[in-house]
Structure formats: C-alpha cells, structure tokens
Design a protein around this ligand. Structure first.
Ligand SMILES: *Cc1c(COP(=O)(O)O)cnc(C)c1O
Length: 395
C-alpha cells in the first residue's frame, strides 16, 4: 500500500518496536546499534529510566496549560539553562527551526529597541543548516531547499565557510549580527578553523553586532561541553537549542543575555505549545543527567576512544575513508564512496548512521554510550568497509 504521508523523506524499509539505551529492536527481533540517535535527539539513548519516570509522572498532571499562566516546570528548566550557560533569559519552542527563528527575531528586535530597526541582516555561512521554516531556510542558504517556495526571505548574507575577510566585507549599516553553528552538522560535521570563532566575536564587538549561535545539534553536551562554543572560550549573545534537549521529546529553546533579549518585551513573541509542562519536565530530567558531575567529562573521554577507533578504521580502509572529523560524540566520516552507500553498508551491519553534506556519514551515538558499545560500533564499521571493498565500490 502506498503511504498517506508526504513523500518528502527517503525512508529505509525498517521500523523499530522497542529501544533500550543505544539499541533499537525491529519487529522481527533484529537488534541495531543506534549511532544516529534520531539525528542527535536521543541524547540519553532509548527508554532512559530517568526520562521514562519523569514523563510518567508528568502525564498524570496537566499536559498543557497556556502561557497565560505560570508554568513552574518551564521556570525550573529555564533557570537551569541560565545557570549552566552564558544566558540570562530563555524562550521555549517545540523545534530547532522555531528556536532559531526566535534567535533571529531576538537579534533583530535588539537593534530595533536600540533605535536602529534598519539593522536586521544576519551574516551566515555556506554549508549552514538552520531549519526548514521560510526564514531559517533563507538563513541556511541551500538553494535546493529554497527553490519553488516563492521569494526567499530577505535579511541574510552568506559568507564562504570560515572566511573572516568575507565576513568583515559583508558587514554594513544593515547588519544585526552573525549566525553560525559552532560545528556545522548537516553540512558535514565541519568545524571552523582554530581561532575563527574568537575572531568573529571580536568583529561583532567592534561593529556592535550580536553573535547568534545555532547549537541545535551541537548543544546539550554533544561535543563534550554543554555548549560547543565553550571550547573556544567565546561567549555568544544568543543561542538556539533543541534536538538533544528533550532526549526525544520535542522541545527547543532560545537563550539570550539580558542585554540581547532587551527587545523581547510583553507581546513580542509567543508559542501555543512552547514550554509546556510535559516537554519542560523531560528537558529538566535530561539536564539532571547531562549536568551531573563528571558526565560531560565522560562524553569527552568516550569521544577520544571513538576517535581512536575511527582513526584505526581509516588506516585499514584508506580506499573507503578519506578523513575523520568531529568533537565529543559528534563525528563525521568523509567517505570515498557515496556517503549513502556507506550508510547502507553500515545498516547491513545493523549499525545506524546519518548521512550529511560534503559526502560525510555522521555518528551521533547517545551520550550514555559505553566503551563496549563503541568497540562494537567500530567492529561493524570495519565490516561495512570490508563489505564495500568486496563489492568493488572503491579500489
Ligand atoms: C536540526 C537542526 C535544525 C532544525 O531543527 P528542527 O527541529 O528540525 O526544526 C536547526 N539547526 C541545526 C543546526 C540543526 O541541526
């Protein structure tokens, strides 16, 4: 039977019935090692006892109350995010794109509140991905996603990836800020050159611009620090979170300093579902785990273990793997075969991975992964490479 869904996704003919930690089980009992994590969403794996207990308890209470009333769960989660980051204020949404939209609006409104509404343009980078709403598509600048959807939303100027001179050249009287992913996710796990983020911060300071981060994929511990930007010692003005924040429950958040949020006054923004008790309860439980002493250090350490395993596989299969990149538990394998072919070979070994741009295959395991599971994933990746070589995919 044909599907009643929009045919907008290329879906594998595979459904999962049960999940436990880093593992997913198909209806026929086959067991898959999940190094895709629902695209960096299942930060604590599947059926994490703490998240299950939290959601169970939340389900017995009101699922939804409007933002016309106090929502203590949202207050608590916002307070924790503020305590853990650069931010003073938080706005909750339901998705990454909405969190980035709020970040864009917050940046524009900041300048409007300062009496400079003409400063609304954001500088973004080639290869970026910021979501699929009309504005975030324009910010990402991927023509393939923009074509056919009418006039592109105005207000975004794109610089070549990592090109500081280009950023400086794009700064004009209408510029509000710079919007970037500290490590591009969909773009292929691409990190900016060393010192680049600091240099962008300095440019922003010199020109009165806001540094706006899209940490929808890199945030909430994915790279071994709570926000990826912390590793460059740079403090942003605004940052968007989502994916890993709910561990599988839809939630997004826009974080801002008091100063950057100054335009977001009464009535300036809103969301019906954003910050509801279910989502914010689960978000707080995710933070209980991720911010527990030693957790992020463990992510960083396991990241090094995974990196070493991947380097070995790269050495053994140079005809299949071109390079390894990434930070914490966010890795990209740049392949010499088509990345989709590589992901298909990994799937045959019952290892889930996620293709990305730049012919990269992403590994985004749950942050609760252990060394045995990393070793198992490495074995399966090695087998996938051997399978591809046997198929004569590359010589
Ligand atoms: C996934 C992603 C988004 C969009 O998130 P949605 O929840 O799909 O709207 C935005 N920015 C980055 C960096 C992402 O990885």
């Amino acid at each position: 039977m044909t599907s009643a869904l929009f045919p907008t996704y290329a879906r594998a003919d595979l459904a999962f019935e049960r999940g436990e930690g880093a593992w997913l089980f198909a209806a026929n009992g086959d067991r898959y090692l999940d190094f895709g994590g629902g695209v960096a969403v299942n930060s604590l794996g599947h059926a994490h006892p703490r998240l299950v207990a939290t959601l169970r308890a939340a389900i017995e209470k009101p699922w939804h109350v409007s933002n016309l009333f106090q929502i203590p769960q949202a207050e608590r989660l916002a307070r924790r995010l503020v305590d853990a980051t650069f931010a003073d204020r938080v706005f909750f949404s339901n998705s990454g794109a909405e969190a980035v939209e709020c970040a864009i609006k917050t940046a524009r409104k900041f300048h409007a509140a300062n009496g400079a509404p003409e400063r609304f343009r954001l500088i973004t980078f080639e290869g970026a991905f910021h979501g699929r709403t009309l504005a975030t598509l324009a910010a990402g600048g991927n023509q393939k996603y923009i074509d056919g959807f009418g006039p592109k939303v105005d207000g975004f100027d794109q610089a070549p990836f990592g090109d500081l001179d280009a950023v400086e050249a794009l700064i004009g009287p209408n510029t509000a800020g710079v919007l970037l992913e500290p490590i591009q996710g969909e773009g292929g796990v691409r990190a900016f050159p060393h010192g680049f983020l600091r240099a962008v911060r300095e440019l922003c300071d010199r020109h009165g611009l806001l540094l706006v981060l899209d940490e929808v994929q890199t945030g909430v511990g994915r790279t071994g620090s709570f926000l990826a930007i912390e590793q460059s010692g740079v403090s942003p003005d605004i940052a968007a979170l989502a994916k890993g924040l709910g561990g599988g429950f839809p939630i997004g958040a826009c974080l801002a300093t008091e100063e950057a949020a100054k335009g977001m006054t009464l009535g300036a923004h809103g969301s019906t579902f954003g910050g509801n008790p279910l989502a914010t309860s689960v978000g707080a439980a995710v933070l209980d785990v991720v911010l527990a002493p030693g957790f992020l250090e463990r992510v960083a350490r396991l990241g090094s273990v995974l990196r070493q395993s991947l380097a070995q596989i790269e050495d053994q299969h140079p005809s299949i793997i071109e390079s390894i990149r990434g930070e914490g538990l966010m890795f990209g394998i740049k392949t010499r075969v088509a990345n989709t072919e590589f992901a298909a070979a990994a799937l045959k070994e019952k290892l889930l991975t996620i293709p990305a741009g730049d012919n990269v295959v992403r590994l985004l395991p749950p942050l609760i992964i252990d060394e045995q599971e990393i070793a198992e994933a490495a074995r399966r990746l090695g087998d996938a490479c051997a399978r591809l070589r046997a198929n004569g995919a590359a010589q």
